[in-house]
Design a protein around this ligand. Sequence first.
Ligand SMILES: C[S@@+](CC[C@H](N)C(=O)[O-])C[C@H]1O[C@@H](n2cnc3c(N)ncnc32)[C@H](O)[C@@H]1O
Length: 222
Amino acid sequence: MAKGLLKAAATPYYRRKATCDEYVAFHYPETDPLPAFLGPRSPPLSERYPFAVRTLWKPGRRALDVGCAVGRIACDLARDHGFAVGIDLSRELLEAGRGRGAARFAVADALALPFPDGAFDTVVAMNLIDRVPDPARALAEAARVTAPKGLLLVGSPYTWKEEFTPRSRWLGRVGDGGAEVRERLGRAFTREAETEMLFFIPHHARSGQLGRTHIQAFRRQS
Ligand SMILES: C[S@@+](CC[C@H](N)C(=O)[O-])C[C@H]1O[C@@H](n2cnc3c(N)ncnc32)[C@H](O)[C@@H]1O
């Protein structure tokens, strides 16, 4: 790793059994938990994160999900691509998600992706940049492995916390950061779409985390 870069280590939070169980329920729900909280106003799973992300890409050859957790999006990418891989720093999350689809999984660091330049025609980095010590580096790595004319999806609720990211490296204020993401990617990427998706991470029958992921779809020009 080059000098001066922060090296990421899996945080205990993403290695806990309770977190793994919550992410399995989030990515692979047996029944939709949200109507119990919101009643008939609850939007269907098909319109929510992570299920609706599949509407943002087109079938392709090779795809990558960076920070895939238990791998729902990696498995959806595998349905639409010849090859899909999900990487995460948490071996525990990857193990909890294993065997649910055709995606490959590997423990790897989003700040130093073990792939050559331009290796993937679809790259997804969801709810990751506000959970790493160097968000700009994570973006640069995702951009590096995106092929020319390839698609890069970056999503985040921008819940910046010093627990994960030194304040000096936050890309924007808490709840914000989309403009900085776009700026960081520079002229090599053109924004094709911008959307918001509701997500709900169930904790137990009476509690859960409701949020909104801001998603930008970028096309690599060269
Ligand atoms: C908020 S979760 C989002 C998971 C998934 N993308 C989703 O949206 O449901 C953040 C994920 O990033 C992973 N992560 C954090 N730092 C990482 C790093 N440096 N490299 C790879 N994965 C990382 C965590 O283990 C966790 O699975």
